[in-house]
Design a protein around this ligand. Structure first.
Ligand code: TYD
Length: 401
């Protein structure tokens, strides 16, 4: 049975950056539900994929050093450990991962045409398609036996998990490996990361939920990596369950135990999380109100999709935040969806002349950002964050760098 546990209020599409101030946005009620049958956590209203992943999708993986390093390390590991003869990436974005593989043996799948163009221009065979039955038919003609499939922060965006995994099952060679990585529900709950929920994140997976669904397709998780990316992600290594050459690593059992111990199989854990989220909202709003009462300037740092959830849920807008800074070309001179805050190009390091406070929209890259902005921190500049708890981070942080 599916039950709603969290209501994040009226939300726009999180990556719908407006060209004009006060551009009309379509809002929907973002509610989050838990299915006690398969332990899946999902958003309740599904926006059709073709309305989101189109010719002007703004997100570029290469915008953060953290992700670049993560992709580089994984590519090295895959080559050394699995030595695949060929590889497919589902959701290849701007090619930040696939670039480590030989063009002759790699294939990209990317439904956003502006992004598909990027890998195509670099010489990679790229299908500008959604991952489905008609696509795998086409792929099979080029690569009948796929050795390796990789997909980062993509599967959680796809509503139809049955098609997704059935297609993986059907195209993966007997001894092939599929690796998917997505934000971890356990880490999100531990750190009160409610902004993992927005229209594009149809699911936030736990290992126990994925395990259930994979069983249906005779697929099996045989290893995991715990990653610090996106506030804590899990990388799942998946094989055919008949393939006994790959043994199940004990890390899988440990993670499963941890999730059960935390209560990810029980609805009451979800209700408790929701209570913490409502409390987090109150505290964050208090922080913004106090700062504005003292007539201090706040800007936003990193106009993430995630921050759309926070800003709209907490009703924080251009009365609180003067403007956002972001490095993504597509977002520049546009307005944040719903909260209507101008996004300016990040051109130089932050200065205390610009503002006294910066709201950390890209909190998941905190380390990278604080290193970059250490002078701002040293001179008394402060960051506002809501993860894991609403608070202000100032000078003291620099000692931890
Ligand atoms: P991200 O948190 O990866 O994802 P999402 O949009 O899915 O929530 O987005 C990071 C955003 O922050 C992206 O727009 C680039 C921006 N950014 C900066 O502007 N400066 C930085 O130093 C970093 C790391 C990111």
């Amino acid at each position: 049975m599916k039950k709603i546990f969290l209501n994040l209020g009226l939300q726009p599409m999180a990556n719908n950056f407006a060209i004009k101030s006060k551009n009309k946005q379509k809002f929907y009620n973002l509610k989050i539900k838990f299915d006690n049958k398969n332990y899946l956590t999902s958003i309740s209203k599904i926006i059709p994929s073709k309305n989101i992943y189109n010719s002007h999708y703004p997100y570029l993986s290469s915008m953060s050093k953290t992700m670049q390093v993560s992709f580089k390390n994984l590519a090295k590991k895959i080559k050394n450990k699995y030595k695949p003869k060929n590889i497919i990436e589902i959701g290849s974005n701007d090619g930040s991962f696939i670039k480590y593989f030989n063009k002759k043996n790699a294939l990209c799948v990317e439904p956003c045409s502006n992004l598909a163009k990027l890998t195509r221009n670099k010489g990679y065979k790229t299908f500008n398609n959604f991952w489905d039955y008609s696509l795998i038919k086409k792929i099979k003609k080029i690569i009948p036996n796929v050795d390796f499939i990789y997909s980062a922060n993509t599967i959680s965006h796809i509503n139809n998990l049955n098609t997704t995994f059935d297609c993986i099952k059907k195209i993966l060679s007997k001894n092939g490996v599929a690796v998917i990585e997505d934000p971890s529900l356990l880490e999100s709950f531990k750190k009160n990361i409610y902004d993992q929920f927005y229209n594009e994140h149809v699911y936030v997976f736990s290992l126990i939920s994925l395990k259930k669904i994979l069983t249906k397709y005779n697929l099996e998780i045989f290893d995991i990596d715990r990653l610090s990316t996106h506030g804590g992600s899990l990388r799942y290594y998946i094989k055919h369950n008949k393939n006994n050459k790959l043994k199940i690593n004990k890390k899988v059992f440990i993670q499963e135990k941890k999730e059960i111990k935390f209560g990810l199989n029980k609805f009451k854990t979800y209700i408790k999380f929701a209570e913490r989220v409502y409390d987090s909202k109150k505290k964050l709003v208090d922080i913004f109100n106090k700062i504005k009462k003292n007539k201090k300037r706040i800007i936003g740092y990193g106009a993430t999709a995630k921050s759309a959830t926070v800003l709209n849920f907490c009703k924080i807008n251009n009365k609180h935040i003067d403007y956002f800074l972001d490095t993504t070309p597509y977002k520049i001179n546009k307005y944040t969806p719903g909260s209507n805050i101008l996004i300016k190009k990040y051109e130089r390091k932050l200065s205390t002349e610009d503002c006294e406070y910066a709201f950390l929209g890209a909190w998941n890259f905190k380390k990278e950002i604080f290193l970059k902005e250490k002078d701002f921190l040293r001179k008394g500049g402060k960051f506002i964050t809501h993860v894991p708890f609403p608070g202000i981070i100032g000078k003291k942080f620099k000692n931890k760098l």
